[in-house]
Design a protein around this ligand. Structure first.
Ligand code: NAP
Length: 328
């Protein structure tokens, strides 16, 4: 039985989830891929931080050490922010590794060039976890791309924003109080700017646009608003009329063939597929040429939802190395 060595970049919430699943699902993964996946190295920023034990695994703060692991075949990336994540993945691909990432900020910008590089050196890129955490939206669109066609996408792509809007509507509490509770429950970051300004949803929408339409709209021309622009009175008034505000990221091709995208609060009625999505869930309504509108719903974040789709991506790449490359 061949062994493929894997490295995890970042050992926080998602990185630890990957480590646990690869170990807990060892036999299943071996059966499904025909290879034994061994986590051989972990990259962190601070070696002094207390962490769960990882016996026999090299834990380092130097990326160079990762690339010297013999027979390294897969690199999971779960660090935060655009750089150095993008450069690390570029170097891993150049070294002949498959890469799997959860990093939407980096992938929205660097996804196309990483995929092009991977095509050149004949490795694969998995990025299911970059959009809507554990919801299999990338796989679904990749399948639709085979013979159907995506004509439009509307998504609730930020669980924190949806949680806050739900709480404002159901409990008539202020934006500030709802945000405070989201932070206490661990849904929102200590700095929630990317969530409540709409930027997090924007990055995810750009990834979905590249996958569905082979291109992204001009970033500067996409109107982007967060839920921080809504007042409690507006949310309550809408509810009294049987309507709901949802923070919706939308992209579609107009009749002139141009991509149109927007990110912001939208007032919708009970007929809309995203009307009933409450709390921290994410949901994506995918409009298609042949199958009408398909809506996928589920946990948009969290250790295991996110890590499990990353391990699935790795298993797909080991089975069908070039399966995830065709996005244009
Ligand atoms: N958490 C979720 O539910 C979720 C869902 C979907 C996508 N994501 C994405 O997944 C990624 C990881 O999120 P997370 O929640 O796991 O973050 P996290 O808990 O903050 O962990 C980040 C890890 O990355 C390490 N790190 C950060 N910068 C580094 C650098 N320059 N070099 C080496 N290591 C570095 C940190 O090292 P130290 O421990 O030494 O500080 C830490 O172990 C992010 O891109 C996030 O957007 C997360």
């Amino acid at each position: 039985m061949a062994t493929v060595k894997a490295a995890i970049l970042g050992f926080g919430t998602v990185g630890q989830g990957i480590y646990n699943i690869v170990n807990e699902r060892k036999e299943q993964l071996t059966k499904q891929t025909g290879q034994h996946i061994e986590i051989a190295a972990i990259l962190v920023r601070d070696l002094e931080k207390a962490r769960p034990d990882t016996p026999g695994v090299l834990v380092t703060d130097r990326f160079e050490d990762i690339l010297t692991v013999p027979d390294l075949g897969i690199v999971f990336e779960a660090i935060v922010g655009e750089e150095p994540a993008g450069t690390y993945l570029e170097r891993a691909i150049e070294s002949g590794c498959h890469v799997v990432t959860a990093n939407k900020v980096m992938y929205a910008k660097a996804g196309a060039s990483l995929e092009a590089l991977a095509r050149e050196v004949r490795t694969g890129v998995g990025y299911e976890a970059t959009v809507a955490g554990g919801v299999p939206v990338i796989k679904t669109i990749q399948n639709l791309n085979l013979a159907n066609q995506v004509t439009g996408i509307q998504g609730i792509l930020n669980g924190t924003s949806n949680f806050i809007l739900t709480k404002m509507r159901k409990e008539e509490c202020s934006f500030a109080d709802a945000l405070k509770e989201a932070q206490e429950l661990g849904y929102a970051e200590a700095d929630p700017t990317n969530d409540v300004s709409g930027f997090d949803a924007f990055c995810k929408l750009m990834i979905l646009s590249a996958l569905s339409f082979g291109e992204q709209p001009d970033w500067e021309r996409v109107p982007m608003k967060g839920i921080d622009t809504l007042t409690l009175d507006e949310v309550i008034d809408a509810d009294r009329q049987g309507l709901r505000y949802r923070h919706i990221a939308d992209v579609r091709r107009d009749e002139d063939g141009r991509l149109r995208a927007s990110v912001g609060p939208v007032l919708i009625g009970p007929d809309h597929p995203l009307y009933g999505i409450d709390g921290v869930d994410n949901a994506v309504a995918i409009e298609t040429a042949y199958a009408g509108t398909l809506t996928v719903i589920g946990p948009g974040a969290g250790m295991y939802p996110t890590a499990s789709v990353m391990v699935e991506d790795a298993a797909v790449l080991l089975n069908q190395p070039f399966r995830t490359l065709v996005t244009e």
